[in-house]
Design a binder for this molecule. Structure first.
Ligand code: ASP
Length: 594
């Protein structure tokens, strides 16, 4: 088989565009053999390109030469054909396919390339393992589903760029070979050849550079930017991921939130045709934890947590009163119409609670004869009534109690409400609920490091009224931070920044940084703060996660062209890989392990 060149053939159409109106036209198509059906005199091929599929047909009677050549074509060969568009025979139309009314009768065929037998069928119903698909990602990307995701990703990025451009934001590229910016994760390091023994870090985010751009007077910056974090790959994380990063001068939390809300509303309407109600609800961190048991609450359904500690403090139920006696809480959720859950179903909820670190749960079904529950006899009718009132519980409902320390109770009931919502089918497909969670604690104590660390990052401003607490009660200080949560997933976070040298120095001191350390790590930044830094604030959105939610997939790998595996490797290229000794020598590096 000889491989043809395209010669002077011009592609007249893509494989997704021909319709009834084109019948009678002579066309040239180019693409891949998606599937071939050999019926003897007639050979049918579904020809595929990025835009779709077109059925082409080789008829031995009308063109014996082309028919003969077509007999040897196999899946994934690349061909060009010249032919005439015709109507499909009555009853042979394919309503599933935009080109399903027509077919192209081939007059001339050029084979542009052969293909080895693919390790899995591109158009296959039987799927290969994820590892195999990742290794041959370029073949998997030929599949329409993945292609569609990446087309959506492109459209979303384009829309965001245009939107931010319209709002006066400048896209500025910041260095990839840089100094480590602490965002709480491990850095990827790059050894320097010219400066042996020294290392660059790949950015965990452009945080300091975007702040420097504000000091430079750029006022509005954005970047759709790759960030790197060397973390253990939990469920759906990638070592390199993309952020929509932005920063604004002379702005506070509301101004940043307004830009993002408008951008999201615009994006959802342009790309998904959905109207997102604005303004987005705002929950204080404490409120979110108390009512939803989570700092990323899914508010597509209510089922809020209620604190019953005051009502149950004097009950004779030991688990409740001993927990309360030790400073713990008893909280509960009401599951509407949940009394019909069987004991077995309720037992299976135990692990949701214990996985969250709480000791266990107690349930009560409200029946026509009163409560069905192990706690019933320990509570007076008045207490039961008061509990029902607080929860708004009625006959047929189920109450689930958890007693433990505040954190465990909130986490357990937070997870439980999601589990119950799933079981009860309360979460509707295609429903999008945004919520802001604001005013996180600024600092938290890290037992390992025996010092306070920043919850967001050390450049986040404290709430003005809490500044006096910074030195004496650092754990009480609230941050001027905000997270954007969509359907129970955090899709972004940002803050108003510290913009005076004095406050930044104070925060570094509270974080336990010694003078030399401050100078060595952030000297350049502290210096810049001293030259007239404007008040500024910003945010970064997780772009991969946003796209994943918008295309309706659970995994960010489905929206990244060449994602890393769970072991942080690139299955296509086999990176990371060994390097030559010469390369190590040039860098002044010696490996301890082979
Ligand atoms: N740099 C932060 C992050 O990557 C976001 C921000 O504060 O703008 O999470």
């Amino acid at each position: 088989m000889s491989i043809d060149t395209m010669g002077d053939w011009e592609r007249t159409n893509d494989c997704g565009s021909l319709r009834k109106d084109d019948i009678g036209r002579e066309v040239v198509l180019m693409g891949w053999v998606n599937r071939r059906r050999d019926m003897g005199r007639l050979i049918f091929i579904d020809l595929r390109d990025r835009f779709g599929l077109t059925q082409i047909i080789f008829d031995e009677e009308t063109d014996a030469a082309a028919h003969k050549e077509a007999a040897i074509l196999r899946n994934e060969w690349v061909i060009a054909i010249r032919g005439e568009v015709g109507a499909r025979l009555a009853g042979q139309e394919n309503p599933e396919l935009p080109t399903g009314d027509i077919e192209v009768k081939v007059k001339e065929l050029k084979v542009l390339n052969e293909s080895a037998i693919p390790p899995f069928q591109v158009d296959g119903k039987i799927d290969a393992s994820e590892n195999l698909r990742l290794k041959y990602r370029y073949l998997e990307l030929r599949r329409p589903a993945l292609l569609k995701n990446l087309v959506m990703r492109h459209r979303i990025a384009l829309h965001i760029r245009n939107f931010l451009n319209g709002k006066g934001f400048l896209e500025v590229e910041t260095p990839v070979l840089t100094k480590s910016t602490p965002e709480g994760a491990r850095d990827y390091l790059v050894p320097s050849r010219v400066n042996k023994g020294l290392f660059y870090a790949l950015p965990q985010s452009p945080q300091l550079f975007k702040q420097l751009l504000m000091m430079a007077g750029f006022e509005r910056y954005f970047q759709i930017v790759r960030c790197f974090r060397d973390e253990d790959l939990r469920a759906d994380r990638q070592p390199e991921f993309t952020q929509v990063d932005l920063e604004m001068s002379f702005a506070d939390e509301r101004r940043v939130m307004d830009v993002i809300e408008e951008m999201m509303a615009d994006l959802f309407s342009a790309v998904l045709g959905l109207q997102v109600p604005r303004p987005f609800p705002v929950l204080d961190y404490t409120e979110a934890m108390n009512s939803y048991g989570s700092d990323k609450p899914d508010i597509r359904f209510t089922m809020e947590l209620a604190d019953l500690t005051d009502l149950l403090v004097s009950s004779s139920f030991k688990v409740f009163n001993s927990t309360i006696g030790e400073g713990g809480l008893v909280k509960a959720v009401k599951v509407e119409k949940g009394a019909s859950f069987s004991r077995k179903e309720l037992d299976s909820l135990d692990s949701t609670v214990t996985d969250s670190g709480a000791r266990g749960l107690v349930w009560a079904k409200i029946g026509s004869e009163g409560w069905q529950s192990t706690v019933a006899k320990h509570l007076t009718p008045e207490t039961r009534h008061a509990v029902e009132e607080r929860l708004g519980a009625e006959e047929g409902d189920l109450i689930i109690f958890v007693a433990d320390r505040a954190q465990q109770v909130n986490e357990a009931l937070g997870n439980l409400r999601i589990e119950m919502a799933k079981r009860l089918g309360l979460i509707k497909q295609g429903q999008y609920s945004f919520v802001w969670v604001t005013r996180f604690p600024l600092l938290e104590y890290n037992d390992e490091e025996e010092r306070f660390v920043a919850v967001h990052h050390p450049f986040t401003a404290p709430a003005e009224e809490d500044v006096p607490l910074l030195e004496k009660q650092p754990e009480e200080v609230r941050a001027r931070s905000y997270d954007l949560v969509l359907n129970g997933t955090e899709i972004g976070g940002g803050s108003v920044r510290v913009h005076t040298l004095e406050l930044q120095n104070l925060i570094f001191r509270v974080l336990g940084l010694r003078e030399e350390e401050m100078e060595e790590k952030f000297g350049f930044f502290l210096k810049a703060l001293g030259y007239g830094a404007p008040p500024h604030a910003g945010i970064a959105l997780g772009f991969d996660r946003l796209v994943a939610i918008m295309v309706g997939t659970d995994s960010i790998r489905d929206v990244i062209a060449f994602p890393k595996t769970q072991r942080a490797t690139c299955a296509v290229t086999d990176a990371p890989s060994k390097v030559y000794k010469k390369q190590l020598d040039e860098l002044g590096l010696t490996l301890i392990t082979p």
